[in-house]
Design a protein around this ligand. Structure first.
Ligand code: DP6
Length: 331
């Protein structure tokens, strides 16, 4: 009997400079470089086993009632890519677990699909380096490419599928900052980020966003290098509003925010202005707000956020390692 098994734990990541829009749909080559940080307390664990005993692929999520067909398809796509690399045709059993509930609007594709990609490769004994893994994870979900390296990461857009991947730009201990995530209830219809990317170019402001990208990336890398928190904060808030301006002005328009999202944004700015806590917001394709602060302020910020009506859960994250193999299997 042929049996190959591995388990990987992979972090979610928060983008400081966002990936919004692709040059190629299928290979997920992005329109611009993006910058992110791996998160310590939001992660996925995935166990994959390939075996000659299995008649078909079986893909399951632990503790999740609602799984969209699209999620299964994406994982099936990863399995096919890994099998083709390993030149094997064995069927797989996949079990994935997120330590955060998906229904709350935190994107699980970065952690989930980087974990599946890495675990699949490792199970077959394919020892790919981080660049190769990042490229492979990118094919499943763009942001998954950024969950492979540790700490502070840049996804270099490249020009085609063989040179578009993410690398570490600063190690995780470089800067003691925290991402205090405020998860808010949202009952609005959600446009998936995959669909959102397709609409980006319909915004009359999209080209101007892209024109300013290179300079913005340079500036934020300098601010991270110098640990210049106010400068860094100013850039990430501006970038969030810029990306959401594209969403708001796309055809059709996408409004990812809920009333609580706006309430948090205003509170964060207010606390900063009156000297209570210095933090800056950043928001992906959903209503969840990531409030970035210096580590010393994380607990205070978390307790302030918990008092806002509509905030369901608050999670404090520190910079973290990227995807890693672990010994304990889920089955
Ligand atoms: C808004 O990685 O979810 O979070 O490549 O289609 O899977 P696909 O898209 P996805 O993009 C989400 C982008 C974002 C911003 C960011 O994290 O850079």
């Amino acid at each position: 009997m042929n049996k190959f098994k591995a388990t990987v734990k992979a972090p979610a990541n928060i983008a400081f400079i966002k990936y919004w829009g692709k040059t190629d749909e299928k290979t997920r080559v992005p329109q611009n470089n993006s910058i992110s940080m791996c998160l310590s307390d939001l992660y996925s664990v995935c166990t994959i086993e390939f075996s000659s005993e299995f008649r078909e692929d079986k893909i399951d999520f632990l503790n999740e009632k609602v799984v969209k067909p699209r999620e299964i398809e994406r994982i099936a796509g990863v399995l096919d890519r890994v099998r083709s690399l390993a030149n094997k045709s064995l069927k797989a059993r996949v079990l994935t677990k997120n330590n955060f509930p998906k229904a709350t609007g935190i994107a699980s594709s970065a952690s989930g699909l980087s974990a599946v990609t890495f675990a699949g490769c490792h199970a077959f004994g394919l020892r790919l380096n981080k660049v190769e893994l990042s490229k492979l994870a990118r094919l499943a979900s763009g942001t998954a490419s950024r969950s492979i390296p540790d700490g502070f990461v840049e996804w270099k857009k490249g020009t085609n599928e063989s040179n578009s991947y993410a690398v570490q730009i600063f190690p995780l201990h470089h800067w003691k900052i925290a991402d205090v995530v405020a998860i808010v209830t949202h009952k609005m219809k959600k446009v998936s980020s995959t669909d959102g990317h397709k609409l980006a170019a319909t915004s009359p402001f999209y080209q101007s966003r892209l024109n300013g990208m290179e300079a913005k990336i340079k500036k934020i890398k300098r601010a991270i290098k110098k640990r210049d928190f106010p400068k860094f904060g100013q850039i990430i808030e501006g970038e969030t509003l810029n990306m959401h301006a594209i969403c708001l002005t796309s055809t059709p328009s996408i409004i990812y925010w809920s009333p609580a999202t706006i309430e948090i944004m205003k509170k964060v700015q207010g606390w900063r202005e009156n000297g209570e806590v210095e933090s800056y917001f950043t928001i992906d394709a959903g209503p969840t707000v990531h409030c970035i602060c210096q580590e010393k302020d994380a607990k205070k910020l978390a307790s302030e956020l918990k008092r806002i009506v509509g905030v369901e859960k608050v999670v404090i994250n520190r910079p973290a390692v990227g995807a890693r193999t672990v010994d304990k299997h889920l089955f």
